[in-house]
Structures are given as structure tokens and as C-alpha cells.
Design a protein around this ligand. Structure first.
Ligand code: SDX
Length: 429
């Protein structure tokens, strides 16, 4: 495993810890025995320097702006592959043969329907409930319907739960969208590919035929592919921590959806478009750049910055091209949000503050513009991110629960509270 060691010199002891070298990326120092050997913890709120697991699914190089899924660069997958093939790659570690892909696509297609009784769950929400609230609730409730795929120690049940989640997430998201609008739910159709099926479940109505626009389904598929997995981000780490207790897969993925909802994470695509619309015109960009730089103003330019990428987010580069294509083809080049986005990117990247803080557009910066052009309301942007990321969460969950070394996650703390003291009777307070 290793012959490299790190030495920690403390006041009255010296500790040696093994160093492991990865296939790509930085070495890691194994500190797992530090507390038992030296009685100290490491301290790393936000885990900026902590590898919480070993994984073979996704590799990110933040300096180079590199993103690989099972070794394949995201640029090649976005250009030459499609979402369900990327799902197969993330789940099983290899690109499928024609037969394997055909069987996988059939399997997913035939699991897209929800248990009919789950329709009643939607009726319990207010019509104006945020679709992320609905998805968190309905996905968690899948534990109450799919009892034959809850046993995480059974590889077959893990496989069934994985397919059910990947297949049913678009149906649940589309139903949340329909429920918001008061329109009837549309059932999935087995004659459509994954992205086209999602679009028809969102935009078709029973009253007339719906033709999927191939340009929109291609753009939708690319958005899914670009959001599929991203190493140990906040929501994936949430799924891993929840899974470490042995919780069932639906509960763990519901926890991931809840975490993704935050504006610092998956909620940024909705927040970003809201800001682009609030800016409204290129003339107002300096005002918002100033606010983003003002330490006394909590305002942040959503869609900018990333915990890992410190030069550019390769996904944003690809989405920027897609935004041009989609808006050109839809003839909505005049989209004010896109005009503001393009100018804002130029101004921000030339600004010393953004250069010094290494802030540049991330995946959420352009995705909202494309989704809006396709016809989605902003409230559906993060649910679409959740649909796409389900395969990443499921793949990381499968990798973890299948690992014989699995232990429940239990971080410690730097306690800064009161020292031990005696209870004070209320009459003496
Ligand atoms: C996603 O982890 C992943 O992989 C996530 C994701 C995935 O695929 O799963 O890539 C998806 O979540 C993308 C990120 C979407 N979030 C946003 O767009 C929200 C806006 N961005 C920020 O909140 C922030 O940049 C983070 C949360 C993304 C990253 O935070 P960091 O790296 O911890 O940086 P930080 O918050 O410590 O900020 C560093 C400095 C600070 O200034 P100082 O305190 O050092 O003076 O940069 C400033 C921040 O004030 N800063 C910003 C800013 N982001 C950071 N200032 C203005 N606007 C911003 N957007």
C-alpha cells in the first residue's frame, strides 16, 4: 500500500503516519490512528484539505479545470456520449457494448413509472410548494413503497434500487412541475429516450399531441450529462454519510436532494438567474460587481466561484457553447439574461477582486439560461440538477455500501463551550 511516511512532531511525541499515493491527484496522509496514538484531532471545517474516502468514479483537478468520469474527460463525454451511457459508465466503471447499453436503456425505460398510489403524496402539498420540497418528500417516501429494494447489504436489491432511482427521478420531477402548474400528470412513454421523455412529461398535455424538439432534447441530455457526478461535493458527501449508518437508499438520496437545494450548492442555478434578471441590463453590472466585492454586503454573485475549481469549471465552458446553440436555434438570441451573463462574465473575469479570489463562472452560471430557453421556470432548475445528479449519488452510494471496510461516519470537534459546571437551582439563578 505504501512505504512513504509523514512525521508529526508534537510537544512530547512524534507520530508517523502512512502516505498513500492515488492513481491521479495529491497524496493523502492516513490520520485514522492519530487520536489513539497522540490524543489529538485534526481540524478542517468544510473539509477543504480532507479526503473522506477513496473512490474510482470521478476525478477533478481544480487547478487544471479537469473533470474525468472513470477516466474519460467530460468534454468528450458531453460531445460524443449521452446521459444514459454516462449513467452506465458511472455505475459499472466501463463504457457499455451495444448490447449492454441496449439492455440498460430498456431496464431504465421500464422503471420510469411510479407506484400509482404515490400520486396521492403530491396532493398533500400546497400547489405552490417548491418542487424541491416535493422531491425531497416523495423520494424519501419511496422507502414506504419499494420494500423489496431496501436491504443495502443485498447486491441485487442495491441494483434494483439504483435503477428505480435513476428511472423514476425524472417522473417525480415532472410531476412536481405539473402539480405546481395545476396541469394533469403525464405518464412516461417507452418510445422516447430519457431526455425526450422528461420533456414530454413536463410540457405535454393530454389534450393534444406533443412533438419533442430534438434540439431541446439534445440540450437537455447534455445538461443531465454535465451534472451527473462531481466527486465528494456537499450533497454526495451527505448521501455517503447517511448511507454509512445503513439507511435505505431512498432515505439517503432524499438527504442528498435536501442538501443540493442550498443556494451555495445546487440552488445556485436558480439564484444565479434571479440575479441576472435583477441586474436586467449590462449598464447595471458595475453596481452588482461592487456589491459582490463589498465585505459589508452579504451579496454574492451566484454562479461564480467554486470550492475546487480555481481557474475554470470545464462544465461552464461546455454549457456556454450550448447556451449559444440553443438560443440561436430558438431565435431568442436577444435573451436579456444571456446578454447580461456574457457581459458579466467578461467584466468579472477582468476584475482584480475576482482574479485574486479565483472566482469565475461555474456550472450553474449558464445552465439556468439554457433551462429558461427550453421553457422551464426557475423553480425547476435545481430539481433538474437533482435528476441529473441522482446517478452520481447512487454510484457513490453503491461504491460505499459495497466496500467491506465501510464504517459509520462519525467526525469529532474542537469543543469551545463551557467547562464542566454544577447545575444551578432556578431560585439561585
Ligand atoms: C455547485 O462542490 C461541488 O462540486 C459543487 C458543484 C457540483 O457539481 O456538485 O460544482 C455544484 O455547487 C457549484 C457552486 C454553486 N454555488 C454558487 O455559485 C454560489 C456562489 N459561490 C460561492 O458561494 C462560493 O464560491 C462557493 C460556495 C461555491 C465556494 O466557496 P469557497 O471556495 O469555500 O469560497 P469562500 O466561500 O470561502 O469564498 C472565498 C472568498 C471569500 O472572500 P474572503 O472571505 O476570502 O474575503 O471569495 C469570496 C468570499 O467572500 N467569494 C465570493 C463568491 N464566492 C466566494 N464573492 C462574491 N461572489 C461569489 N460568488
Amino acid at each position: 500500500m505504501t512505504n512513504k511516511m509523514a512525521k508529526l512532531i508534537l510537544e512530547n511525541s512524534e507520530i508517523e503516519m502512512p502516505i498513500y499515493s492515488p492513481s491521479m491527484g495529491p497524496d493523502v496522509i492516513d490520520i485514522s490512528k492519530l487520536y489513539t496514538q497522540a490524543g489529538v484531532f485534526t481540524y478542517d471545517p468544510g473539509f477543504t484539505s480532507t479526503a473522506a474516502c477513496d473512490s474510482s468514479i470521478t476525478f477533478i483537478d481544480g487547478e487544471k479545470g479537469e473533470l474525468l468520469h472513470r477516466g474519460y474527460p467530460i468534454e468528450q463525454l458531453a460531445e460524443q456520449s449521452h446521459y444514459l451511457e454516462v449513467c452506465y459508465l458511472l455505475l459499472y466503471g466501463v463504457l457499455p457494448t451495444v448490447l449492454e447499453l441496449d439492455n440498460f436503456e430498456n431496464l431504465v425505460t421500464r422503471h420510469t413509472m411510479l407506484h400509482e398510489q404515490m400520486m396521492h403524496f403530491f396532493r398533500g402539498f400546497r400547489r405552490d410548494a417548491h418542487p424541491m420540497a416535493v422531491m425531497t418528500g416523495v423520494v424519501g417516501a419511496m422507502s414506504a413503497f419499494y420494500h423489496d429494494s431496501l436491504e443495502v447489504n443485498d447486491p441485487f436489491q442495491r441494483q434494483v434500487a439504483s435503477i428505480r432511482l435513476i428511472a423514476k427521478m425524472p417522473t417525480i420531477a415532472a410531476m412536481a412541475f405539473k402539480y405546481n402548474s395545476g396541469q394533469p400528470f403525464m405518464y412516461p412513454r417507452n418510445d422516447l429516450d430519457y431526455a425526450s421523455n422528461f420533456l414530454q412529461m413536463c410540457f405535454a398535455v393530454p389534450a393534444e399531441d406533443y412533438q419533442v424538439n430534438p434540439i431541446l432534447s439534445r440540450a437537455m441530455d447534455r445538461i443531465f450529462t454535465l451534472h451527473a457526478d462531481h466527486e465528494q461535493n456537499a450533497s454526495t458527501s451527505t448521501v455517503r454519510l447517511a448511507s454509512s449508518s445503513g439507511a435505505n437508499p431512498f432515505a439517503c438520496i432524499a438527504a442528498g436532494i435536501a442538501c443540493l437545494w442550498g443556494p451555495a450548492h445546487g440552488g445556485a442555478n436558480q439564484a444565479c438567474l434571479e440575479i441576472l434578471k435583477e441586474i436586467g441590463s449590462v449598464e447595471r453590472i458595475p453596481e452588482f460587481i461592487a456589491r459582490a466585492k463589498d465585505k459589508n454586503d452579504p451579496f454574492r454573485l451566484m454562479g461564480f466561484g467554486h470550492r475546487v475549481y480555481k481557474n475554470f469549471d470545464p462544465r461552464a465552458q461546455i454549457l456556454k457553447k450550448s447556451a449559444d446553440e440553443v438560443l440561436d436555434l430558438l431565435g431568442v438570441q436577444g435573451n436579456p439574461a444571456l446578454q447580461v451573463a456574457r457581459e458579466l462574465e467578461k467584466v468579472a473575469l477582468a476584475d482584480p477582486y475576482f482574479q485574486e479570489k479565483k472566482l469565475f463562472p461555474n456550472v450553474d452560471f449558464y445552465s439556468g439560461i439554457i433551462l429558461e430557453a427550453i421553457g422551464f421556470p426557475m423553480s425547476m432548475f435545481t430539481p433538474i440538477f437533482a435528476v441529473a445528479r441522482t446517478v452520481g449519488w447512487v454510484s457513490q452510494w453503491k461504491e460505499m455500501v459495497g466496500d467491506p471496510k465501510l464504517k459509520i461516519g462519525r467526525p469529532r470537534q474542537l469543543y469551545i463551550g463551557e467547562k464542566k459546571r454544577a447545575y444551578l437551582n432556578i431560585k439561585d439563578r
